[in-house]
Design a binder for this molecule. Structure first.
Ligand code: KG4
Length: 341
């Protein structure tokens, strides 16, 4: 059988990425992050779109070069259809259409959320068999989403619960800004938290009465803001590291609690984490401990495959492609695409 070589393209937010996947095995992955947003404390959509336009051609060239693959050898082009920022998504979708048309090869559209989950199926080598077995529970925690998902097949995923307000990553970013750490918040909170005491301040662990798997992080964010305002009004010193560590512990406890509940209720023997927040070392360690206690196998992609990347888009597309999925040239970006759409 001939090889299936897929070029994956990801441009849903502020990372321009391209990757080459051959028969499910990762040959190359290139990510251009956008420093332009740092001085604004968050992603500026218009600037993200412009940076994608500047980055996409060199990033794709580099991915092909590192893979040792010519564009004429490609079987298909995969791209992120949504969810994400419209202006950012459009750059990837338009580029994929142009390249696929010029090479006269098919395209495969990928749901970004499905891509995050299928990061677990990126093979590092041909004999890499460290992938979760279906069914399993996946906790997807990123800048735009926080979901507990039951995964039954590459393209059969059921959302058991999700955030009713802020995503976990969004809470990290907002709290980081409030304590003066800047953007991107997640890695900065994690770094400074190593010098802090996670028990120093008691922040809330929200429970949703009629949704055991749902999350709410906006109350936690407000509790941190209230704490900071209270200190400032009373002229009390603020220990940045203690605030960061206590906030991070509160998020970790809620995530672990929900994951444990789902593992027990659905009698799963595998549990996986995905998304940018899943690169957090404290959260990973807490999940690993919980999985040990529950006697289930724990899967965690390397941190670089947790944050946005095209390798996960190429891997998701590979399984769709061999199952016969193709995207038409009339297909467009969908900023609020849901899992399963
Ligand atoms: O998956 P991702 O790159 O983009 C989305 O699809 O949303 O996730 C980005 C989010 C940001 O909110 C960022 O602050 C958070 O993931 N993040 C982290 C860490 N690294 C990235 N959150 C906590 N700890 C980290 N180490």
């Amino acid at each position: 059988m001939s090889d299936t070589i897929i070029l994956g393209i990801e441009s849903s937010c502020d990372d321009t990425s391209a990757a080459v996947i051959k028969n499910g095995v990762l040959l190359s992955s290139v990510i251009a992050s956008q420093a332009v947003h740092e001085s604004y404390g968050g992603v500026v959509p218009e600037l993200a779109s412009r940076a994608h336009q500047q980055n996409i051609v060199p990033v794709v060239h580099e991915a092909l070069k590192r893979a040792g693959v010519t564009k004429e050898q490609l079987s298909a082009i995969a791209f992120t259809r949504g969810p994400g920022l419209m202006g950012s998504l459009l750059v990837g979708v338009s580029f994929a259409k142009g390249l696929a048309r010029s090479l006269d090869i098919p395209m495969v559209d990928v749901n970004h959320l499905q891509g995050h989950v299928l990061a677990h199926f990126i093979k590092e080598s041909e004999d890499d068999d460290n992938q979760p077995k279906f069914p399993f529970i996946c906790l997807l925690v990123s800048g735009g989403n926080s979901q507990i998902i039951r995964v039954d097949a590459y393209n059969k995923m059921t959302v058991l619960g999700q955030t009713i307000d802020d995503a976990a990553g969004e809470a990290f970013d907002k709290v980081a800004r409030a304590v003066g750490l800047g953007y991107p918040g997640g890695p900065k909170i994690e770094k400074v938290s190593h010098e802090g005491d996670p028990k120093a301040i008691s922040f809330p662990r929200a429970k949703i009465a009629d949704g055991v798997y749902d999350f709410s992080f906006s109350g936690l964010k407000s509790a941190v803001l209230n704490y900071l305002n209270g200190c400032r009004m009373k002229n009390l010193p603020i220990n940045q590291a203690d605030v960061a560590a206590s906030f991070q512990q509160s998020v970790t406890d809620v995530l672990v609690d929900h994951a444990r509940h789902a593992i027990r209720e659905y009698h799963m023997d595998s549990f996986a984490i995905a998304g940018g927040v899943a690169s957090n070392g404290v959260i990973r360690a807490a999940m690993e401990q919980m999985c040990r206690e529950e006697g289930v196998k724990f899967y965690h992609p390397s941190p670089i495959l947790c944050t946005d990347n095209a390798a996960m888009i190429g891997a998701a597309a590979y399984y769709d492609f061999i199952a016969g999925k193709r995207a038409g040239l009339d297909l467009n970006a969908v900023p609020n695409l849901k899992l399963g759409e």
